[in-house]
Design a binder for this molecule. Structure first.
Ligand code: EPZ
Length: 417
């Protein structure tokens, strides 16, 4: 297992490029199941989650090519309509294969995605939606078996604006003639990106990115060529790092309107930001003002930038609190930050942070993708050596992160153990 070794505190300066959005790419790659025609997705980041998706699509019978951030998918044989435990357990987003499979083949058997460090991660909202389309849902030995004679359009009101459920149900609806309406839908930019692809494929999707999405499906869908949007969470991670330790950091390949909640918060802490149309310059301010935070569904502050914000507030001049409202167990990074000298207390779903003067380097462990990112930010601002173990979590969502950070001045190395 690899580790990162960071010598801090680092002075960050220069330009850093944001890769394509992991979460948008994953949904769009699974949309290729909806058609037997060739699909091409450009700007795909080189990540272990993309590799897992490659494995799963290939296992089902798609012919895949991935290189130079270009992912090509074609179909030369009848697809297997099964997603096995060994692949699904590696990546929960594999559940996104079920909606397209059900729509195209009227049956699918997929392993219940396990939970993960941040929560149980149920899929009841997905399954409720499939039932509304007329599917029969059975659970058997850790597998979900969906079957249907003929799918019918439906009006589906989600009990929570689940990103994955919105994406799954949009893809199913795209192959159902008639109009499906998804209410209380997730509004994330990744949903909008998927909606654009489904329109390219021949569905008629309106309202993607808002709480009410209408989808007029088609009997058959075409292939597509598309370029994935930039990764707003990677961009936000770099902006928070820059706000802590940059003389001047320019974060490039950004869509600023995807980051309004973070930009607003960073400005309140006293960080200086210059927002241009596809890049944001950030300079740190020696005196970090403590600012409270609540994570919310988009366009609220994203849960995927919560641990990074906590690292930032650990060095603020005063008290702040962070309320985590999306996942029930997304404070695994707190114990690790405390090992580095942070002063944090948790009560239910709120972390109470008292800013300290200094963080001290230590050996810490990444527990999930974004917790790992928070530890990188803490290590970059701690005195001495920080060793972050289990960086395979970070490799799931940050392309070449140690190269990118080293190029703007951080002393970070990957070691193999
Ligand atoms: C997506 O996960 C992202 N993953 C997550 O990013 C992100 O944190 C999350 O959305 C929230 O923004 C991908 O897009 C691949 P949800 P998803 O369904 O779709 C509950 C990262 O770091 N829920 O919106 O799984 C669920 O337990 C990852 O890149 C149900 O109860 O998130 C959670 O508490 C981590 N039943 C809340 O809703 C369901 O059927 C939000 O989950 C589905 C979800």
């Amino acid at each position: 297992m690899d580790s990162f070794i960071i010598e801090g505190p680092g002075k960050i300066n220069g330009e850093i490029n944001v890769s394509g959005s992991k979460n948008s790419a994953l949904a769009i790659l699974f949309a290729s199941i909806l058609t037997d025609e060739k699909c091409v997705l450009n700007g795909v980041p080189e990540l272990s989650d993309i590799k897992t998706t490659y494995e799963l699509l290939s296992y089902c019978g798609k012919s895949c090519f991935f290189g130079f951030n270009r992912f090509e998918i074609s179909e030369s044989s009848k697809l297997l309509t099964e997603a096995p435990y060994d692949l699904v357990r590696k990546m929960r987003a594999s559940v996104l294969i079920s909606g397209p499979m059900l729509a195209r083949f009227k049956s699918v058997k997929f392993s219940m995605p396990g939970g993960c460090a941040i929560g149980v991660r149920p899929i009841d909202i997905h399954l409720e939606g499939f039932k509304k389309f007329g599917a029969d849902v059975k659970l058997d030995g850790g597998y979900v078996i969906l079957k249907v004679k003929k799918l019918k359009p439906a009006v589906i009101k989600l009990k929570f604006p689940s990103v994955g459920a919105t994406e799954n149900l949009m893809m199913t609806a795209s192959l159902i003639e008639g109009e499906t309406v998804i209410k209380n839908a997730a509004c994330e930019p990744e949903i909008e990106d998927l909606g654009e692809v489904l329109n390219k494929m021949g569905a008629v999707v309106s309202g993607a990115g808002t709480e009410e999405i209408k989808i007029k499906g088609s009997k058959k869908l075409r292939g597509f060529e598309h370029k994935v949007i930039p990764d707003r969470i990677e961009a936000g991670t770099f902006l928070i790092l820059g706000a802590m330790s940059a003389q001047k950091l320019t974060v490039k390949n950004v869509i600023p309107q995807h980051l309004t909640a973070l930009i607003e918060k960073l400005k309140k802490t006293g960080a200086e930001l210059i927002v241009n149309n596809d890049e944001i310059k950030v300079c740190s301010n020696k005196h970090i003002k403590p600012i409270n935070l609540k994570t919310e569904p988009y366009p609220g502050y994203p849960t995927d930038l919560q641990s990074q914000w906590m690292a930032y507030m650990s060095l603020a001049e005063g008290k702040s609190q962070i309320e985590e409202n999306i996942f029930e167990n997304r404070f695994m990074h707190v114990a690790e930050l405390i090992r580095m000298g942070a002063d944090i207390e948790i009560k239910r779903n709120t972390a109470y942070i008292k800013g300290v003067k200094k963080l001290i380097g230590a050996t810490v462990m990444a527990s999930d993708l974004r917790a790992g990112a928070g530890l990188i930010i803490a290590g970059a601002n701690a005195y001495g050596t920080t060793k972050i173990r289990r960086v395979y979590h970070i490799d799931r969502g940050y392309e070449k992160i140690e190269q990118k950070l080293a190029s703007v001045g951080l002393n970070i190395k990957r070691t193999e153990e």
